[in-house]
Design a protein around this ligand. Structure first.
Ligand code: TXA
Ligand code: MG
Length: 333
């Protein structure tokens, strides 16, 4: 673990400093409502290449480019009617659209990793918005973690994971929604959800008035449409076990709802676990609360003195679909 407290800053001065660093080709970790992003000037290919280097990210995995206003988005990608309807309904907010790149786009080719499309998002977090406004250019930003590891929902997670490879970490509190944005491909007639998030497939269908497709959780013979879908992701360093109805000795518990009936094999109950081995995503079984707590609690339970993390069953409905998607990837190391 690297200590980088001196690089963590907050407040209006940090926003100005962030914009200056980004302008001069540096990397800045930025708070967003989903997770913290590792930002670089999207127009600056050299700066963008540093993102891949620092994250150890495979170069075939494209990045999401963040914008402060819709006009700049429409000068970068080919917007269509559905994109305008969804932007109106959900932006600024935790949803990303994959659209055809315009030939005149100033965004570095590295952002799209050789694809003819680009993923674009307008974040809601006030600090992210202020930084984007001060920059005047779009910011490419994947989650601010080493590729394949848990996403960061707090400045401290970024400091622990990336250390001083980042030029500045702007602190903006815990990420509100706590899961990466919903990614939707809008390049064909029917939108396809490539990555589930807190804006659900049903939320999108309600706005559009028709059914859309699901492009994640595919059968082995289906070709993934998003390069990131092929990668195991979001892994803590200890094994994770889903749908646990009891515990093995040495395992930590990540509960959902009451853990009153969770026993430890060989004797004992959840209540006997020490404080650092027991977390509850939502005692009231609220899926939005669980999403917001997921990465924070996985970070807390990810300790070498745990043999593993056992997660109680999460209903696969609404936001539960996105939570289970992240848990499945975390358990498939
Ligand atoms: O909430 C979020 O989306 C966060 C914050 C920082 O905005 N960012 C984030 O970025 O999660 P990242 O790089 O960790 O995930 C981006 C996902 C990857 O699965 C990638 O494969 C997919 O979006 N993606 C990016 N560009 C794409 C494209 N042109 N076509 C298909 N998938 C794309
Ligand atoms: Mg990521």
């Amino acid at each position: 673990m690297t200590s980088t407290q001196s690089f963590v800053e907050t407040g209006p001065k940090a926003i100005i400093k962030a914009a200056e660093i980004l302008k001069s080709g540096g990397l800045v970790a930025i708070p967003t409502e989903t997770v913290y992003g590792l930002g670089a000037n999207a127009h600056d290919g050299k700066a963008v290449s540093r993102i891949f280097e620092v994250k150890n990210r495979p170069d075939f995995n494209p990045l999401i480019v963040h914008f402060g206003d819709l006009k700049d988005v429409s000068e970068t990608v080919q917007m269509n009617e559905v994109a305008y309807i969804l932007a109106d309904a959900f932006w600024p907010g935790p949803i990303t659209f994959v659209l055809p790149r315009l030939e005149t786009a100033k965004v570095s080719d590295l952002c799209s990793a050789g694809l003819p499309t680009l993923a674009v998002r307008m974040p809601k977090h006030p600090v992210a918005r202020e930084i984007l406004k001060s920059c005047g250019f779009p910011v490419a930003a994947p989650s601010a973690n080493i590729s394949g590891r848990l996403s960061p929902t707090a400045a401290q997670h970024v400091a622990n994971g990336l250390g001083d490879a980042v030029d500045l970490i702007v602190a903006g509190g815990s990420s509100e929604t706590g899961l990466e944005s919903t990614v939707v491909d809008l390049t064909s007639d029917v939108p396809v959800v490539l990555r589930p998030g807190t804006i659900t497939k049903e939320d999108i269908e309600k706005v559009l008035g028709y059914e859309i497709e699901q492009g994640f959780d595919l059968q082995p013979d289906q070709q993934p449409k998003s390069p990131g879908q092929t990668l195991s992701h979001y892994s803590p360093s200890v094994p994770l076990r889903m749908n646990a109805v009891d515990l093995y000795p040495g395992e930590a518990l990540l509960a959902f709802g009451s853990d009153k009936f969770i026993g430890i094999k060989g004797g004992g109950a959840a209540a006997d676990l020490s404080e650092h081995s027991r977390r509850n995503l939502s005692e009231q079984s609220d899926l939005y609360e669980a999403a917001a707590n997921l990465f924070q609690m996985l970070h807390e339970l990810d300790r070498a003195d745990h043999k593993g993390i056992a997660v109680m069953p999460i209903p696969n409905l609404g936001v539960g679909v996105a939570i289970n998607d992240r848990l499945r990837r975390a358990s498939a190391s």
